[in-house]
Design a protein around this ligand. Structure first.
Ligand code: NAG
Ligand code: NAG
Ligand code: NAG
Ligand code: NAG
Ligand code: NAG
Length: 941
């Protein structure tokens, strides 16, 4: 074998020397061909198939000019090698740089190349563009790079390079772009860089650079982009920085820079994005920023800046985002902000701002995010804020605001987060707040609100994160409608004057984790749901007479009326067919024939009568089952409630045939009534009816009615993943191999629905509560397609579809639902399975706000610290699988949907059972950063 190879090589080299005398160009091309093929041979992964055009064509002198990724100059010599995103795996060790005399562009970014950057690379004497970004190169930047005099673009960004920036880079006098961002470079910024007079972009962000910014940076007067954020730079900025008048992007955030901000910033009037947050800047805001109308983004938050903010800022027609929080500013909120027509985020919290909130803010109609918390604002909340129709988060807590809440706040359709806590607000809580149908979190605590809680608050069915009305003067009974808040997780009503019984409707609040009803005048039994039963005694203290089956409370007197037999309470559905599946089969046949006609009738009924809406498709006799279930309506007893999903509570029900099914009762009047939506829903349901996928819960049928709507599913013994992870005993039972298997099951289900169904079916509400487990801990995804049923009017696609904490960030501002939304939710669930709890703060941001764009997880965290502590750290093979799941999870939760993988890609990568370069368990030795930088590629068989 090797003998043949040697002979071949001898033959070819003979050919080279023979022809080189006649055609020097042809000879050069032969060298290039040999060099490329040799390198290709050293690559693994998918390189061989993607570069299949890279082969010798006997008798053709066109090669390699026609090869993938290769371009030639006129004479036929290789001028460009561009293999961006080719999934190349390997090193540059076998790349013979000296074979390419005319190469002007080498672009290998977004691959998985590793090893060192060979110093021989400097043999590419004609090279103008060198981009090795987004690979896994290690080691040092070769000093010899400084001899590549033709370079105009040099990028080694997003690798794992170490050491300092070699001063020789400063010899590259033609350089216009130098990008070394996101490596592990240390040391200081070489002052020699000031010699790079042609430079227009300098990116050194996200490294470990220390020391001061050298004065010579001021010599780079052509700079448009200067990005130094995320280092350990210190000391003051050199005054010479003021010479950089052509800057459009200027990033200094997350360093320890002190002293003044650059006085002459924005002198060229073209500055767009200036971020200096999280440093130690002192002094006032530079005058130059006041009329810097080109600004789109300004972050000065988390410094020690002083001055009067009413005077320091002007009107910015292009401004999108501004954060001045956590400084020592004084003065008032300027009415000018209202003239910034494109402003989406205005954050001035934790300063010393006084005065009133200017009504003019109501003119800034693009605002999504308004945070003026922790200042000294007084006066009323202006009614004009009701004009901010895009407002998503309104945080005015910890001020001295007084007066009533303007009822206009209730007309903000997207308001999801309202925090008015710790002010002097009074009056009654306006019932209009009940119109904020997207509300996730409502905090009115620590004010002087009086009267009762308006019953309309019970309409806020999307409320999930928090309802805090504590420390007010509220009185009266707690309205029973609050029991409708079945998604709510934290309910705090303490320190008020509530009287009477706690409504028994609160029995159904299955999502509650924390309750506090202390310091009121409540009496009677505490609700049966888990949060009440397991709350600490403090949650009930200082009341009039609460009772319950707990040591800290007195025993409740025996109930007066206990006539109902336990058996009666069991929800019994008598099917029109008695048991035998034989009959069932026949009936299904008949129903199928009749269904078309019958459904038409039903749809007519739907449009005919407003009240009796009935729309059913059912494998059995839908009408009868509907009536049966409705007949024993009272049978929807909390006792048989086995869980609460996104859109309703699930009950276990026994049919008269002995079959046990799960019945999901939808929250009343939430579902859509538009006939197009119903039609799409119906076709999806039909697809689901045909589905026999082992990882998807079988849907038997459903029923929609104005008063009562439900879906009937197969019943699964072990209940939901959320409940199991919540329980220490059961979570321990769920060992690593079971967890890995569950992740694979979910992947299979989503692959199937996204890619094997035509048209694809998007789940829209993947969360740990929708993953059920059968006896063998096999995952079954439930509720496919049902999220569509819920309020689909086109403007509010995302209104209720989805569970907070699992929703893809792009949906925060109403965008189109795609498969990638499911991919995001899957990523959250996958991480939750491995971590044992919702990844919460690791996700970092739950919206597309610009603050999130620079978010990076703490990459120094050890993998083992991410794992569910209730299990032993997995070893070897399992550990590798776990690591792969974590890596995939993080890719799936990328804020940008286009960077998330598709489900088949996830499935393919999950099938990898080993990671390169890992001898011991990755969980002990790996940091999160290393894992995320590793490339996973399916090995060729
Ligand atoms: C290389 O190809 C990619 C994709 O075709 C392109 O975006 C990129 O600009 C090319 N690189 C250079 C330096 O031209
Ligand atoms: C600044 O930018 C302008 C417009 O792009 C250009 O004409 C000018 O030469 C630049 N100034 C410097 C010093 O490079
Ligand atoms: C801002 O004001 C200064 C001084 O008044 C002036 O020199 C500069 O051109 C102004 N810039 C803009 C963008 O109007
Ligand atoms: C709303 O804003 C407050 C204050 O900036 C912040 O703490 C909170 O996380 C935000 N909530 C959401 C859901 O964006
Ligand atoms: C609480 O309500 C009761 C009955 O309405 C009233 O007598 C009492 O003064 C109230 N206490 C407070 C602190 O408001």
């Amino acid at each position: 074998m090797s003998l043949i190879l040697i002979i071949l090589l001898m033959l070819t080299s003979k050919h080279v020397s023979a022809s080189s005398t006649d055609h020097p160009q042809a000879a050069g091309r032969v060298l290039e061909v040999e060099a490329l093929l040799k390198w290709k041979k050293s690559l693994s992964g998918q390189a061989q198939s993607l570069l299949s055009s890279w082969k010798r064509v006997p008798g053709s002198d066109k090669s390699p000019c026609t090869w993938t990724g290769i371009h030639c100059i006129n004479g036929g010599s290789v001028s460009t090698i561009n293999l961006t995103s080719f999934q190349l795996k390997g090193t540059l060790d076998d790349f013979n740089f000296s074979s390419f005399h005319n190469l002007s562009c080498l672009d290998l970014q977004h691959n998985s190349l590793k090893g060192n950057i060979p110093p021989r690379i400097s043999n590419l004497s004609s090279l103008a563009i060198l981009d090795l970004g987004y690979n896994q190169f290690t080691g040092y930047i070769p000093r010899d790079i400084g001899t590549m005099m033709k370079l105009t673009v040099l990028s080694f960004s997003n690798n794992l390079l170490l050491g300092s920036i070699p001063a020789t880079v400063a010899n590259l006098s033609n350089l216009s772009v130098l990008n070394l961002a996101n490596n592990r470079l240390s040391g200081s910024i070489p002052p020699e860089l000031g010699r790079l007079r042609s430079l227009s972009e300098l990116r050194l962000n996200l490294n470990d650079l220390t020391g001061e910014i050298p004065a010579s940076i001021g010599d780079l007067i052509g700079l448009k982009v200067l990005s130094l954020y995320g280092n350990h730079l210190s000391g003051p900025l050199p005054p010479e920085i003021n010479k950089l008048t052509n800057l459009t992007l200027f990033f200094l955030s997350n360093n320890s820079i002190s002293g003044l901000l650059p006085e002459k910033i924005c002198h060229g009037s073209i500055l767009e994005d200036f971020c200096a947050s999280n440093n130690r800047f002192t002094g006032t805001v530079p005058k130059g920023l006041k009329n810097c109308t080109s600004l789109t983004r300004l972050r000065l938050d988390r410094n020690n800046l002083v001055g009067n903010i009413s005077e320091d800022f002007g009107v910015y027609p292009n401004l999108d985002y501004i954060d001045l929080s956590y400084n020592n500013f004084h003065g008032q909120v300027s009415p000018n902000w209202g003239k910034c027509q494109l402003l989406t985020s205005l954050k001035i919290s934790n300063c010393h701002v006084t005065g009133v909130i200017p009504p003019e803010l109501g003119e800034s109609t693009a605002l999504h995010y308004l945070d003026l918390s922790s200042n000294k604002l007084e006066g009323r909340i202006p009614n004009e804020l009701g004009k901010l129709k895009s407002l998503f988060n309104l945080t005015l807590s910890f001020n001295s605001l007084s007066g009533k809440i303007p009822p206009e706040i209730g007309s903000l359709p997207d308001l999801s987060y309202l925090d008015l806590a710790a002010n002097n607000l009074s009056g009654s809580i306006p019932k209009q707040l009940g119109h904020c149908s997207k509300m996730l979190s409502l905090n009115l605590s620590n004010n002087s609100f009086h009267d009762g809680i308006p019953v309309e608050i019970g309409n806020l069915v999307s409320l999930q994160v928090l309802l805090d009305l504590s420390r007010n003067l509220l009185s009266g009974e707690i309205p029973w409608q609050l029991g409708n808040l079945v998604k709510l997780e934290v309910l705090v009503l303490s320190h008020n004057n509530f009287t009477g019984f706690i409504p028994s409707t609160m029995d159904q609040m299955q999502s509650l984790r924390i309750v506090d009803l202390s310091y009121n005048e409540l009496e009677g039994p505490i609700p049966k749901s888990k949060a009440f039963q397991e709350a600490p005694p403090e949650a009930f203290k200082h009341n009039k007479g609460l009772c319950g089956n707990r040591t800290s409370l007195m025993k409740c007197p025996p109930p007066i009326n206990t006539t109902k037999d336990r058996k009666d309470l069991l929800l019994l559905i008598s099917l029109s067919v008695s048991g035998a599946s034989f009959f069932l089969t026949i009936l299904i046949g008949i129903v199928c024939i009749l269904r078309k006609e019958w459904r038409k009738n039903m749809r007519n009924k739907l449009t005919d009568s407003q009240q009796g809406n009935l729309f059913t498709i059912w494998s059995y006799d839908g009408k009868l089952v509907y009536e049966d279930i409705n007949g024993v309506n009272e049978g929807f007893n909390a006792k048989y409630c086995i869980g609460v999903g996104g859109h309703g509570s699930v009950y276990k029900a026994k049919l008269s045939t002995g079959q046990i099914v799960a019945v999901k009762k939808l929250h009343p009047l939430q579902y859509t009534t538009r006939s197009e939506d119903l039609k799409t829903f119906e076709s999806e349901i039909q697809a689901l009816n045909k589905t026999r996928h082992r990882n998807i819960v079988k849907l038997h049928g459903f029923c929609l009615h104005a008063k009562q709507s439900f879906l009937v599913y197969e019943y699964l013994e072990r209940g939901s993943l959320a409940l199991i992870l919540d329980n220490v005993e059961q979570a321990k039972e769920l060992d690593w191999s079971k967890r890995i298997n569950i992740v694979k099951g979910i992947v299979n289900a989503l692959c199937y629905m996204h890619h094997d169904c035509k048209p694809p079916i998007i789940h829209r509400d993947i969360s740990s509560s929708n993953i059920l487990l059968d006896q063998k801990y096999e995952a079954r995804v439930s509720d496919f397609g049902t999220a569509r049923l819920v309020k689909l009017d086109s403007s509010n696609w995302t209104e209720l579809a989805g569970t907070y904490g699992y929703i893809a960030p792009e949906l925060a501002y109403t965008m189109k639902v795609t498969e990638k939304c499911d991919v995001y939710s899957f990523g959250v669930v996958a991480l939750e399975i491995i971590m044992g709890h919702h990844p919460g703060e690791l996700i970092g941001c739950l919206s597309t706000l610009p603050t999130c764009s620079e978010w990076n997880p703490d990459s120094t965290m050890l993998l083992k610290d991410l794992l569910d502590k209730r299990l032993q750290t997995p070893d070897r093979e399992l550990a590798v699988q776990v690591a792969i799941i974590i890596k995939l999870g993080f890719r799936c939760i990328n804020a940008d949907p286009k960077f998330r993988p598709t489900m088949p890609q996830v499935s393919q990568e999950l099938s990898i059972s080993r990671l390169d370069h890992i001898s011991s368990s990755p969980c002990h030795t790996f940091t999160l950063g290393e894992l995320l930088n590793l490339d996973l590629q399916v090995e060729e068989p």
